[in-house]
Design a protein around this ligand. Structure first.
Ligand SMILES: NC(=O)c1ccc[n+]([C@@H]2O[C@H](COP(=O)([O-])OP(=O)(O)OC[C@H]3O[C@@H](n4cnc5c(N)ncnc54)[C@H](O)[C@@H]3O)[C@@H](O)[C@H]2O)c1
Length: 401
């Protein structure tokens, strides 16, 4: 039986990882540590917590006493650190929180693991480590910065982050590798592209567009919608992390992505056409729409798209070269985007209560703030849409990672 400390697992990817691990392996025990920030929702994992194989602790990854207490109580074999402030837009409005959680929180976990796992010293004075332990850092392709229309990020691409979020994730990666070099700590890092799938908080592009369509709101798209991201179905990412933790050599960094590049605007159009088709062919789902909009669903069309002022420092394109993880570990993404996006849309249509639960007062307050900023200087062609969105009171919530 291996015991995992999984941080940030009340959030999107971490919760999917816990579900994946519990269903795939009988011999794992998982302790979730999550501060339950706006992005963490206990209802996402409450059915997984049985206090036998899966435990939940509410707390901050930066809390030294708590981390030491958990290591003493559960004797972890692995730490998988998902916990982070993860939204680029929020990092532009409050950078310091990102540095505290993403950098110092990571360093605190590394130190707690070091105190628990070091068994002595070798002849050269380096620490020796308990057999079979590993600290795994969940990182992002955003550490590499932005690509032009050509080329891909490899693990050798120089680090060149542009946002406070990506700079904090880059710093965390550097700290992890510094612990590897200085203390010979057994660590690994995965840098993945944009994830999508169930339990994705609706401030990010895909779930937000789905939610806005279902509420008959305008669909905000940054700039001209030409930013390209390499989309990875979340379960494929969870599988990659599982493989890296159990198979990769200590100190290895892997890029995780699968040549599923899409422009934001094309994703938005695809979501519109898919939801429209579902509403036409399976009218039982129309109960999710505002009552007045259920009879004729032809309003679900590209006219809902609203172009908004671009994000500051918005990276144009991310594209992952996954050759190394494929060659070393045999990992490949199994879910093509065309299939994954339909699965995801259907999950949101089937789980309106989850969406309602995670989009409470804080969510509305945040988006009211973003709404005001984004629409300060709308372009003319969008005036009509913005006015009608304002009339509907929900406004044009916007997003992109
Ligand atoms: N979502 C993506 O597309 C993507 C892509 C690449 C990398 N990543 C990385 O994957 C990880 C998970 O991303 P996500 O999208 O699931 O994030 P998320 O925002 O959905 O979830 C983050 C979780 O961390 C928790 N958390 C935040 N601060 C904490 C703290 N100080 N202590 C304990 N818990 C805290 C939150 O409560 C939440 O449950 C992050 O490290 C992120 O940088 C995400």
């Amino acid at each position: 039986m291996k015991t995992y400390l999984v941080t940030g697992a009340a959030g999107f990817i971490g919760s999917n990882f816990v579900k994946y691990m519990l269903s795939k392996h009988n011999d794992v025990r998982i302790v979730i540590l999550d501060a339950l920030t706006y992005a963490g929702y206990l209802g996402t994992i409450d059915k997984d917590i049985d206090n036998k194989r899966c435990f939940f602790v509410k707390g901050d990854i930066g809390d030294r006493q708590l981390a030491d207490k958990l290591f003493a109580e559960y004797d972890f074999d692995y730490v998988v650190n998902f916990a982070a402030e993860s939204h680029v837009d929020r990092s532009i409005t409050n950078p310091q929180l990102f540095l505290l959680t993403n950098i110092l929180g990571t360093q605190n976990l590394l130190d707690a693991a070091r105190r628990a796992w070091v068994t002595g010293k070798d002849a050269q004075g380096y620490p020796t480590w308990r057999e079979g332990v590993r600290y795994h850092q969940v990182s992002t392709d955003e550490v590499y910065g932005s690509l032009g229309p050509e080329g891909y990020f490899t693990e050798q691409t120089p680090l060149c982050p542009h946002s406070p979020y990506s700079a904090s994730k880059t710093s965390a990666d550097l700290i992890v590798m510094a612990y590897r070099d200085t203390f010979k700590m057994p660590v690994s890092i995965t840098r993945c592209s944009n994830n999508y799938g169930p339990y994705h908080f609706p401030e990010k592009l895909i779930p937000l567009i789905i939610r806005n369509i279902l509420s008959h709101k305008a669909l905000p798209v940054y700039g001209k919608g030409e930013n390209v991201r390499d989309w990875l179905y979340v379960e494929d990412h969870c599988k990659a992390i599982d493989m890296v933790i159990s198979k990769a050599k200590d100190g290895t960094i892997y890029n995780v992505g699968g040549h599923n590049e899409m422009r934001n605007i094309d994703i938005v159009k695809l979501i519109i056409s898919t939801i429209r088709e579902i509403m036409e062919t399976e009218p039982q789902y129309r109960t999710l729409l505002p009552e007045a909009d259920r009879t004729d669903v032809s309003w679900i069309n590209e006219g809902l798209i609203t172009y908004v002022a671009d994000r500051l420092g918005h990276d144009l394109r991310y594209g992952i070269d996954p050759t190394k993880i494929k060659a070393d570990l045999g990992w490949e993404p199994e879910t093509p985007f065309a299939k994954g996006i339909v699965k995801t849309i259907r999950w949101y249509l089937d789980n309106p209560d989850w969406v309602k639960a995670v989009t409470g007062t804080d969510y509305q307050a945040y988006y009211d703030k973003m709404y005001g900023n984004r629409f300060a200087k709308p372009n003319e062609q969008n005036d009509a849409c913005i006015k009608s969105a304002m009339a509907r009171k929900g406004g044009c919530e916007e997003t992109n990672r």
